[in-house]
Design a protein around this ligand. Structure first.
Ligand SMILES: N[C@@H](CCC(=O)N[C@@H](CS)C(=O)NCC(=O)O)C(=O)O
Length: 220
């Protein structure tokens, strides 16, 4: 087995790569790093990724980090079960979706989840509420799209789905924290607000191998 994936429990970025490996049915060795032990800052790890971040993927002698770069690498190297389509048009559309997640979801999601997970909400309530509104607008867009097709780009799962998905359960977990109650973010019940997005989430969670991608510390 030559693919090694270095990841951390609960990292949305690493979750993308684990999902991609499972969807593409690639065998891999899981290297789960413990942030609390600073395993991502050891000299050996920093040699692979000088930023000391996960995900980082090693395939034989080749190392690549940044979740989207890893997905692109895997798709090019192992084209069976393509994640970025097979035509220029499909690839353009899927990359457009990926860029939209990075441009419009990543920052507001982290503006909500970080203070809630780190117990640092005090003084940030208004900023979090504003971010929640932005995320609602994005959820609305996805819900409309998913009313017409099982996956974001048609009949097959693609990088569009994989790049977006980890933000959903992470956001819902943050929103379920007692501290979030007073924010009235109104995500739950998700199925009432966003029925198609909910059905899509369930489909991702039914993928073979999904359980291996689930953040271990969330089970505790
Ligand atoms: N843009 C990067 C983000 C990677 C990232 O920020 N990873 C976090 C975990 S969610 C990390 O490793 N943080 C540890 C640190 O910065 O010390 C990607 O898409 O891979």
């Amino acid at each position: 087995m030559s693919i090694e994936i270095y990841w951390g429990s609960g990292s949305t970025f690493a979750w993308r790569v684990l999902l991609a490996l499972e969807v593409k049915q690639l065998p891999y060795a899981s290297r789960l790093l413990e942030f609390s032990k600073k395993e991502h800052k050891t000299p050996a790890f920093l040699q692979m990724n000088p930023r000391g971040k996960v995900p980082t993927l090693k395939d034989g002698d080749f190392v690549v980090y940044e979740s989207i770069a890893i997905l692109q690498y895997l798709d090019r190297k192992y084209p069976q079960i393509p994640l970025f389509g097979t035509t220029a048009e499909e690839s353009g559309a899927i990359n457009q979706d990926v860029c939209e997640v990075l441009s419009y979801m990543e920052e507001p999601v982290s503006r909500i989840t970080r203070p809630l997970f780190n117990g640092e909400l005090a003084g940030k309530e208004q900023r979090v509420r504003e971010a929640a509104e932005v995320v609602h607008q994005e959820f609305g867009r996805y819900d409309v799209r998913l009313a017409h097709s099982p996956w974001l780009r048609g009949e097959h799962i693609s990088a569009s789905d994989i790049v977006l998905y980890p933000f959903l359960p992470t956001l819902l977990r943050a929103a379920a924290k007692p501290a979030a109650e007073k924010l009235n973010m109104a995500y739950m019940p998700l199925s009432r607000h966003y029925p198609h997005l909910t059905r899509w989430m369930t489909a991702v969670e039914a993928l073979p191998g999904y359980a291996r991608t689930y953040p271990p510390h969330w089970r505790q």
